[in-house]
Design a protein around this ligand. Structure first.
Ligand code: BGC
Length: 747
């Protein structure tokens, strides 16, 4: 199959029709030219292959398979290897099931804890999301299966997800909402990208040329194809012109006539259509070449993998010396989720499993069980509560399994509060009162308020950990596995503390990202606010000590790379894994910057007493911010601090260096440029100083009569005067002003 040769033989109508799917899950075949259709399926934490009728909501049955931890859990592993193991397993399964492309990973940033789809997304931090996504994509694609980075971009809520517009400024877009996609394009080499339903600043993603062409292809060098989210297409021809290639799901109405007509009437260049067709043909061709007809899948091995991965992801949030449990302790497992864990979310990512393992089953013989609450209700059932309290009182330790029920979190709808159901909060309070050794295990795809936190000595967060959730919880509780997950998002004390609170989910389909770059810990740390658990937080049954932070230089240019290394030691008595987090701080800056930003991390396994050196290679992006005046990344010269921590609020070591920026921000002088701004202009400073000594500053001797502080007032007012005003003040003629501006802009 040669794409160029095939393209030449295709009619206009065939080309136009090829840009839509045949049905819910297949591309169209062109039989007369020997081009077969290929299949794509939902993931991303399992394979949702529908052999019967298709849908994008997870309604109709899909094949029975294995459900792995969802992205919210996976990101907490802070472990690229976890992503790689999952990507490879899914790649193998796709091969065995003749699926060419898996629709994931989901890379949208967790702007608000309320987003109904947060369980499918990685983090509030773009670097972490990008690293996890890229590792997954590389592994999946190493098996010959195409990944699909979704939902590009700014699909950070479910309310009006198909028609709303996210209003985001340029800097925020580039610093927060795009980098995870950029990483998956550049490092992960994803073969496809799915554009989001929503618009950005009033322009739907499906026809957004800035997004799909200028940024994705020109800036990032992307050479794969772009598919719509299911039903996201608006104007077909406009989409093709903007860089969109494939409309899904397609079906009988997707004839391509709209596209063909646009080419005929000259409103769409045939070359644009040809480019889209070529990219799709290349995808089909690569998929055929990559097909492994021998591939088989060992689902038992997948189940073991699901259990292992869930153990790597869980976050021990709190532990006042009660965990791990000892074999000689009597234990009561309490709460419906102990028996039937919540392990995935509803919607298009929903995986059909044959069996879910709960902690009650996994701990068989080691613990008694009391149901405690009805997971489908909010109201306390007095009988269930009484039995639970009795079981708790009779045991050495009570472990309550709680969390967000299915109905709270789903694709298509956002949560409207951040609380757990009342019956669960009441149960935990009552159990903790009857037995002070109460541990809480949490399930859910997003943070919740934990009003009883002070009353319990330990909390283990499993997130939505896949079908083996209960087995992994037992491994962790009894210490067969040492917890090593760290939070990929801040857990605020209450919903009102979240930076998007006043602007979520927007009004009338318009949501303004008014908090700008201050998303997640970037906001909480800047405001120095108390949080329940900070970004990056996670405990272990052992301890780690950090020392010898070394930098390869004390002063660099932004074109140099910097190496930072640090030594980590396991100072406890158990084997464990540390997550070494590297943050960069810019203590002095002329623009607003977060206190610190995560710029590198590594997960390290250490035996008791073992010491390892971890080293990071850092390029100029770690010091840069997005400067709208250059439409580019920009490093401002000055001091920067490299910090090593176990969370964004637990910094253990730091070291500063000087970085010299080697580019300049273009300085365009206009009538509104102020005297103060001009004093920073290379040529302007001398000219303006000359003018000031003869004019405005000459008034400085009048300050006596104007009272205290007047000198400062005069100075500030002078600095604030725009150039244009000098004409009205009679200091220059309009002609002189024009010539001055021209001279300065030539400088
Ligand atoms: C979702 C996508 C999914 C697609 C196909 C859409 O509704 O937003 O994430 O891949 O359906 O099921």
């Amino acid at each position: 199959m040669n794409a160029q040769t095939i393209l030449k033989q295709m009619t206009l109508e065939e080309k136009a029709a090829f840009c839509s799917g045949r049905d819910f899950w297949h591309t169209k075949a062109i039989e007369r030219l020997g081009v077969p259709g290929v299949m794509m399926c939902d993931g991303p934490h399992g394979l949702r292959k529908q052999e019967g009728e298709g849908d994008h909501l997870g309604i109709n049955k899909s094949i029975e398979t294995v459900c792995y931890p969802t992205a919210a859990a996976l990101a907490s592993s802070f472990d690229r290897d976890v992503m790689a193991r999952l990507g490879e397993a899914l790649g193998q399964e796709c091969q065995a099931e003749s699926v060419a492309m898996l629709l994931g990973p989901g890379l949208n940033i967790k702007r608000s804890p309320l987003c109904g789809r947060n369980f499918e997304y990685f983090s509030e931090d773009p670097y972490l999301a990008g690293e996890m996504g890229a590792a997954y994509v590389n592994a999946l694609q190493s098996k010959g299966i195409a990944a699909c980075a979704k939902h590009f971009a700014c699909n950070n809520q479910e309310t009006r997800r198909m028609s709303g517009s996210s209003e985001v400024d340029e800097r925020t877009l580039h610093e927060i909402y795009l980098p995870a996609f950029e990483a998956v394009v550049k490092k992960g080499k994803t073969r496809s990208v799915m554009c989001a339903y929503n618009g950005i600043n009033g322009m739907f993603c499906a026809e957004n040329k800035t997004l799909l062409h200028d940024i994705l292809r020109d800036e990032w060098g992307y050479d794969g194809f772009v598919v719509t989210d299911w039903g996201a297409v608006k104007d077909r021809a406009k989409g093709i012109a903007a860089g969109l290639d494939l409309e899904m799901p397609g079906g009988p109405n997707a004839t391509g006539e709209e596209i063909a007509q646009a080419v005929r009437d000259g409103s769409l260049a045939e070359a644009d259509l040809d480019r889209a067709v070529l990219r799709l043909l290349a995808f089909v061709q690569t998929s055929l070449e990559n097909r492994d007809p021998e591939a088989v899948i060992d689902r038992d091995a997948c189940r073991r993998l699901a259990r292992d991965l869930a153990g790597e992801c869980a976050v021990l949030m709190k532990n006042d010396s009660i965990l791990p449990l000892r074999e000689d302790q009597t234990v009561a497992l309490i709460g419906e989720f102990a028996d039937k864990p919540r392990y995935q979310g509803a919607g298009s990512s929903h995986i059909n499993v044959s069996h879910t393992v709960g902690a009650v089953e996994a701990a068989a013989g080691k613990a008694v069980y009391a149901r405690g609450y009805d997971a489908h209700s909010e109201a306390t059932d007095p009988e269930l509560l009484k039995d639970a309290v009795t079981a708790a009182a009779a045991a050495d330790v009570a472990v309550v399994f709680a969390g967000l029920p299915d109905a709270f979190e789903t694709e298509g709808a956002d949560r409207d509060h951040m609380r757990l159901p009342n019956n669960q909060n009441e149960l935990i309070t009552a159990v903790a009162k009857s037995n002070p050794n109460t541990v809480v295990v949490l399930h859910g795809g997003s943070p919740a308020e934990l009003p009883w936190l002070e009353q319990v000595p330990a909390v283990l967060c499993m997130y939505l950990a896949g079908e083996q959730a209960g087995a992994a919880a037992v491994d962790l509780l009894w210490g067969q596995v040492n917890p090593s997950g760290h939070l990929a998002e801040t857990w605020p004390v209450r919903l009102q503390d979240n930076p998007s609170y006043l602007n979520f989910p927007g009004e009338d389909g318009v949501v303004t990202y008014a908090e700008g770059i201050y998303v997640g810990y970037r906001y909480y740390d800047k405001k120095d606010m108390p949080v329940l658990f900070p970004f990056g937080h996670g405990l272990s049954y052992t301890n780690f000590a950090y020392s010898e932070l070394k930098l390869s230089a004390e002063s660099i240019k932004d074109t140099d790379t910097l190496t930072a290394s640090v030594t980590v030691k396991n100072t406890g008595t158990r084997h464990g894994k540390a997550v070494v987090q590297l943050y960069v701080r810019d203590p002095e800056s002329t623009v607003r910057r977060p206190v610190r930003e995560l710029r590198a991390f590594e997960k390290v396994a250490l035996a008791p007493g073992e010491i390892k050196e971890v080293s990071f290679t850092l390029d100029n992006r770690v010091f840069a911010y997005w400067e709208p005046k250059c439409h580019n990344w920009f490093v401002e010269s000055g001091e920067f601090v490299i910090e090593i921590g176990e969370s964004s609020r637990d910094i253990r070591l730091s070291r500063s260096l000087h970085v010299e920026g080697t580019t300049l921000i273009p300085f365009v002088v206009t009538e509104t440029t102020s005297i103060g701004q001009l004093l920073k202009h290379p040529k302007g400073a001398a000219i303006i100083r000359g003018m000031m000594s003869s004019s405005a500053m000459a008034h400085a001797d009048q300050t006596d009569s104007m009272g205290e502080g007047s000198e400062r007032m005069m100075q500030e007012m002078t600095l604030g005067i725009p150039l244009g005003a000098l004409v009205s003040y009679g200091r220059m003629t309009p002609e002189q002003l024009r010539s001055l501006i021209a001279t300065l802009n030539d400088a």
